[in-house]
Design a binder for this molecule. Structure first.
Ligand code: BTN
Length: 240
């Protein structure tokens, strides 16, 4: 994995914007922190679809200020910059959901397996968490009519379950360990970019119904809180 290989991957992607520019690091604090620096440095005038990828993170962040275990050879760590029109602000919860849908579809396409989704950010395989999504908005940077959103995705591709911090060892695992599938970060990035762009196009057209249905299909349990939020998105949807 190096910048040159990712440049080639980006060039060959059949997408309009997602993944067409990839910035790669062998090691970084957090890809999402770096994406934020890009956005702030350019005052929001960034190329939509720019992806920051690292082989390892030293300060990977997860939900609720938790850290995200991001060792080298452990998995894929990426942050994608999106700049949807400002009137989609109310629909921003759908961004995490479309990322979850794209992650599940990509992994299932590359290697036959049945992923499940836990509302609103988690990817599960065989009852263990194998991936997570962290969506963050960068406020106050655009003077034009767009929002700046960072979509952070971390997938445990290879980690040995015993390499996780003690408190995660009973809940987290990796795809290789659970399914014997050796998916490379580049394979994942290629497939994820294509799936994500399809979902993003639905989002831009205010079509949240399919995103909600994709989640409903893959959720083992639908918590009360999720039910209300998903219904709220359907109510906002142009397609019902
Ligand atoms: C979760 O808590 O489940 C969300 C984890 C998100 C981790 C990814 S890894 C790439 C990006 N950079 C970060 O610092 N976090 C996200």
């Amino acid at each position: 994995m190096n910048q040159k290989a990712y440049n080639q991957l980006a060039q060959g992607l059949p997408t309009r914007s997602i993944g067409k520019k990839i910035i790669f690091f062998d090691e970084i604090g957090s890809t999402s922190d770096y994406a934020r620096e890009i956005i702030l440095g350019k005052k929001g005038k960034v190329k939509e679809g720019t992806m920051v990828i690292a082989a390892a993170q030293t300060k990977g962040r997860g939900q609720f200020d938790r850290s995200w275990h991001s060792p080298k050879e452990g998995g894929v760590y990426l942050s994608l910059i999106l700049t949807p029109p400002a009137d989609l602000e109310k629909a921003l919860p759908a961004v995490s959901l479309m990322a979850g849908a794209a992650v599940a579809e990509s992994l299932e396409d590359i290697s036959k397996m049945d992923l499940s989704l836990k509302y609103p950010n988690d990817i599960y395989l065989e009852g263990r968490k194998v991936g997570g999504i962290l969506t963050e908005r960068v406020g106050g940077v655009t003077d034009f009519n767009a929002l700046c959103v960072i979509l952070g995705v971390g997938i445990n591709l290879y980690n040995d379950p015993f390499s996780f911090p003690k408190e995660l060892q009973s809940t987290a695992s990796s795809i290789l360990h659970l399914s014997d599938s050796k998916i490379t970060p580049m394979e994942f990035v290629q497939s994820f970019s294509v799936h994500l762009e399809t979902w993003y196009d639905h989002f831009l057209r205010w079509n949240f119904l399919e995103i909600v249905n994709c989640w409903k299909k893959r959720m083992a349990i639908v918590p009360k809180e999720a039910k209300g939020k998903l219904e709220g998105l359907i109510a906002l949807s142009a397609v019902r």
